[in-house]
Structure formats: structure tokens, C-alpha cells
Design a protein around this ligand. Structure first.
Ligand SMILES: [Zn+2]
Length: 468
């Protein structure tokens, strides 16, 4: 197989090749060098290294972070060296988003001091799907580690770093506006730390799809990074218009759950694969798609990720559970056993041979599950045949969103090419009734566009019932 060509930025006068990077680049290359090997390790070896890193994180948190001083009292901050460490670990209570917010409001979530070498503090805000902002503070060191995983994803998928990288993800009002969007000379901090790259172009995600298509054709990128719902809409619009961005090689999806139909749409319209990334702004990279399949490899060198059943026990292959994460390297604002509110299905070991644990699929936010009168929640999985049936019930359908607006009401929000005939409306109602059951009252609502969250996320099913 031909090897991708890299140019390492050289910081030494007179040396062009092989490049010798400056301190940050050297640190990142040392991480990448270790990742090349550790990805093939058996699970036990990965776990042993994770244990050592978690032990350091716990003792730092217990000593330096006011919130954890109480939470990790009574010996919870000490992990045994032998294999019983996992039992000790599971005695640490799960951390919920509300607890982070409350502790942060009381100024108790940040470390009093960072160990030497972790650099400065960096602050970001995430809106979350609840709209309630959560502050996340990172160290410079964690940013560097984070960047190594951005580069790992490029390496895994053998991207040509000299190519043009397009992103349609910016949601801020007035930022990266059509027709120009933004343009910079390189792919950004993560790759710049070590490698020379081609240009980066960006467009606001709220731009109408036809204008996004026009921009995409004009910019003609090699890679497109965006939300799955946008990738699908772009692919479908290109197919309808009979156009294709000539150089496009791959679509990279982030932020939303990858739903059925996105891979198919990108393949049909453009003949390109989709590589999905599972990450959150407060916890970093959680899992990256395997270069040889559609499963995800947990990024165990960066995060300790648990998938737990209702009893708090780890799920096995084929089981779906809550995703609980502990980023290993953020000493500025440690998140220990943070229940991020997603569900995922554990997969069997991957045929590619990597020892990094496998998630077969990520199902999305638990708060967007259907709420039953009993208080239980259920995930209304929309399979590919389900969606096919929905679309054939009303062919003018261009977009849809299902929302539970009350305990017994489902709203089907529609974007249509022409007003629907009463037969088509009837067929849609029938589809919803079949999918959700006879106890629901169904409302059809016509919209010019489907609503997105403040961060530009689209969810095909939303639960909007306010739980007291
Ligand atoms: Zn694999």
C-alpha cells in the first residue's frame, strides 16, 4: 500500500528533512509514536496502564480539587495495585452534569494548582442540548494530547495532509458566512504542531443547503467535516442537482449521532466513505471509527470509558448501556466517572486486530429517549427500513423530525416539496402510530426548516417533555 507523504515542520536551522520539530511538536510525536504501538496491545495491558494513570488523576483530584476532596474521602482516591482496582474504582459515584454545574458555580470544580509541565489554563463553554451552559477548563497539556488524537484520526484514515480540508460546523451568528466563509492556510493547531498541511476552509452550518452545495463545489475540498444530518442533506441535494465536488475523498462526521442513511447517501451521491468521530467538547475524543470497518475504537490512551448497565455493571458485547467517561489527562478540571448522558452498544473485538475496545454503535442522548407514563425511557430506534417506509408514505418529504411534546403526544415535523395530499398525511399518521403505539396522539406540523440546537445539532427524535 502506498504510504502517505508527510512533511514535518522543522524548527532547526539548516535542517529540512527529516524535520525536527520544536518542543510541542516533539512531545506530540512522542505521543503518536506510543499510540502506534499501544493500539495493538491486548486489553489487560491497556487496562494496567490506564490504572496507573487513573491513580495519578485521583490523587491529584483529591488533593487539589475542592469538589473531590469530599467525594473521594474515605479511601476512594486510592486504587489498589492488583487486579482488584476495578472494584475499588466502581465504588466512586458517577458524576452528573448538574453536579458539575453546581460545583463549578461554587468554584469547587477547578484544581487549586496544576502540576509542573501541564502549562496554562484554557476555558471553553459548551451549550449542551439542554441549552444550559457548562464550563470546561483544560490544561495546555491536555490540548496537546487532544491534538495527537486528531492526528491519529488523520493517520488511521490515511488522509492526504496536503489536501484541502473543509468544515461546515461553525454555528455562531455571522461567523463563516456564505459566500466566502473562512479560509486559513493550514488545517489548524492540532496538525500544525507537527505537520505541514494544505488549506482549511469553513462555512456556517446554518447556511441554506443549496448555498452550501454551491460553496462546496466552488471550494472543491478533498475532505469534508460536518454533522451527519448536513452531510446527508448535501449528498441528497448534489444527487438531485446532478453535481459532485470533484476532489472529495471522504466525509468526516462529528457532533450528532450517525443515523441510518448517512453513509448510504454519501456513497450514492459522491462514492465516498464516511468516518465518524465520537467526541464531546468537555471530555475530548472518546472513540474513532476503525479504519477498516464501521465500528468505533475507544481511545483508551486518552479516556477511561465504561459502558454500564442499570445495575452499574459493565456491559458485554451486544449490550447497550450508559457511557461513563474519565479523561485521563485533564488535571485542570478533572471529570471522574462522568455520565455524559449517551447510550452505546459494546461490540466484539475488532477483526483489524487492534486491542482498543470496540463500540458497535452510539445511540445518542438518553434525555432524547421516549418517555413512557411509567417514567421509563425507551430509545425509538429508527432503522433504515423504518425511514424508507416513512419516505415512501409521502414522497414529497424533504425532511422530518419526531418530537414527543407531551406524555401522550408525538409531533411529526415536516419539510415538504409540495403540500401533502390527505392520503399521504394519513399514511404518515399510520406510520407514527405503528412505530410508537396507539396511545399517542399525533400532530403533523409543516415547517420551512427543521430546528437545530444552539450548537447546530440536529436530532431526528427529540423528547421535549419537561420532567418535574
Ligand atoms: Zn478495528
Amino acid at each position: 500500500m502506498p504510504q502517505p507523504e508527510f512533511t514535518v515542520h522543522s524548527a532547526v536551522d539548516g535542517i529540512a528533512w527529516p524535520g525536527i520539530p520544536a518542543a510541542n511538536g516533539a512531545a506530540m510525536l512522542s505521543i503518536l509514536f506510543q499510540l502506534e504501538s499501544s493500539q495493538w496491545w491486548p486489553e489487560e495491558r491497556l487496562l494496567a496502564r490506564q490504572r496507573d494513570q487513573l491513580a495519578r488523576l485521583l490523587s491529584h483530584a483529591a488533593a487539589q480539587v475542592p469538589f473531590y476532596r469530599g467525594r473521594l474521602a474515605q479511601g476512594l482516591s486510592e486504587l489498589p495495585v492488583d487486579s482488584s482496582w476495578m472494584e475499588a474504582w466502581r465504588r466512586i459515584p458517577l458524576l452528573r452534569r448538574e453536579e458539575i454545574q453546581a460545583a463549578d458555580d461554587a468554584e469547587a470544580m477547578l484544581a487549586d494548582a496544576l502540576p509542573a509541565g501541564h502549562g496554562d489554563w484554557r476555558e471553553i463553554f459548551t451549550s449542551g442540548s439542554t441549552g444550559q451552559p457548562i464550563r470546561s477548563v483544560r490544561s495546555q497539556l491536555w490540548e496537546l494530547v487532544w491534538s495527537a488524537f486528531t492526528v491519529r484520526d488523520h493517520l488511521w484514515h490515511r488522509r492526504d495532509l496536503a489536501g484541502t480540508f473543509a468544515t461546515i460546523r461553525e454555528s455562531g451568528k455571522g461567523k463563516a458566512p456564505w459566500p466566502e466563509g473562512t479560509e486559513s492556510a493550514s488545517w489548524g493547531y492540532s496538525t500544525d504542531t507537527v505537520f505541514a498541511t494544505g488549506p482549511l476552509v469553513g462555512l456556517n452550518i446554518t447556511t441554506p443547503i443549496d448555498r452550501q452545495v454551491e460553496w462546496l463545489l466552488r471550494r472543491d475540498p478533498d475532505y469534508l467535516l460536518t454533522h451527519p444530518s448536513i452531510a446527508k442533506a448535501l449528498a441528497e441535494a448534489c444527487l438531485t442537482q446532478g453535481v459532485r465536488p470533484a476532489r472529495l475523498k471522504e466525509v468526516i462526521t462529528i457532533s450528532e449521532t450517525l443515523r441510518p442513511g448517512v453513509r448510504e447517501a454519501c456513497h450514492t451521491a459522491w462514492g465516498v466513505p464516511v468516518s465518524d468521530i465520537y467526541s464531546t467538547r468537555e471530555a475530548g475524543y472518546l472513540a474513532l471509527q476503525c479504519p477498516y470497518g464501521e465500528g468505533y475504537h475507544v481511545q483508551s490512551e486518552s479516556v477511561f470509558l465504561e459502558v454500564l448497565d442499570n445495575a452499574g455493571q459493565p456491559c458485554g458485547p451486544g449490550q447497550v448501556g450508559r457511557v461513563v467517561v474519565t479523561p485521563l489527562h485533564n488535571f485542570a478540571m478533572p471529570l471522574i466517572r462522568y455520565d455524559i448522558g449517551d447510550l452505546a452498544e459494546v461490540g466484539p473485538p475488532c477483526f483489524c486486530g487492534r486491542g482498543l475496545p470496540v463500540l458497535r454503535r452510539i445511540l445518542g442522548r438518553t434525555q432524547n429517549m421516549l418517555l413512557l407514563p411509567s417514567g421509563e425511557r425507551r430509545w425509538p430506534l429508527l432503522s433504515s427500513p423504518d425511514i424508507g417506509a416513512l419516505l415512501s408514505a409521502a414522497p414529497p418529504l424533504q425532511g422530518y423530525q419526531l418530537a414527543q411534546t407531551a406524555l401522550h403526544r408525538i409531533e411529526l415535523r415536516l419539510v415538504v416539496a409540495r403540500p401533502l395530499a390527505s392520503e399521504e398525511e394519513k399514511a404518515l399518521r399510520h406510520w407514527v402510530q405503528e412505530k410508537f403505539g396507539p396511545t399517542f396522539e399525533i400532530t403533523l406540523v409543516y415547517l420551512p426548516d427543521l430546528p437545530r440546537t444552539a450548537s447546530g445539532k440536529f436530532e431526528d427524535f427529540r423528547c421535549e417533555v419537561v420532567v418535574p
